[in-house]
Design a binder for this molecule. Sequence first.
Ligand code: AKG
Length: 253
Amino acid sequence: MFSDGDKSALQDNGFCILPQVLDARALAQARESLNIAAEESRRRGIPTYISDLDPNDANVRVFNLLDLDPLFAELIAHPSATEAVRWLLEDDFIISNFTANIAKPGSRSMAVHSDLAIVIPEPWHAPWSVNVIWCLDDVHADNGATLYLPGSHRFERAKDLPANPKQAMVPFEAEAGSIIIMEGRLWHTSGENRTQAQDRALLFGYYVRSFIRPQWNFNVGLSEATKAQLSPQLGRWLGLGLTANVKPLDGID
Ligand SMILES: O=C(O)CCC(=O)C(=O)O
């Protein structure tokens, strides 16, 4: 349920947290699917450690989730996520990417960034993208909760960032099964997992206004078998139709 309070939080703070979107059974299934997906990704030759992103291989990245298990297609189109996305992006969006980052004990923090800054140059005047973060584990400061810089969704240029942004960052704390709706302009980074044995698995569903080029080329990434299983709407959101980068036109898919 995406309430008026959530809308205000998203506008005022750049994020809101919706609890209990996944129940214990759905969570167990999602974690299992993610672990199998990580194995399968490596088997296909897509590495799960990317040195450009993370300081060490305790961060396990899984790309192309939508081709690895149908469960992820359900999550990216989940009404709790898309209701917030539609509201923020004026129902004119495509899916830019859907990936996972499992921060295992010993994982370290990546570079500070905003997700909008990664896909479009400054100035950033408007909320043109949103990341829906699926918490498959409880997330807290010790196990590497994503850290965000309060108020930074109002920054229009990189020069607005303080000299040492990590110093002023605070963790998103949420229970497993929650989704964190994070506006694309909020500057953030991954936290360090300082626990002995607690994984922190998060999924990142990234949605952008339709005129912004997506990060992932789903036309190439998805097999014909996967494409055949998608609803027409999800196919369009993934840019598989004729109107890949414009708002759908009447009568043209
Ligand atoms: O894993 C996290 O907490 C943040 C990941 C992130 O921001 C990214 O991969 O761009």
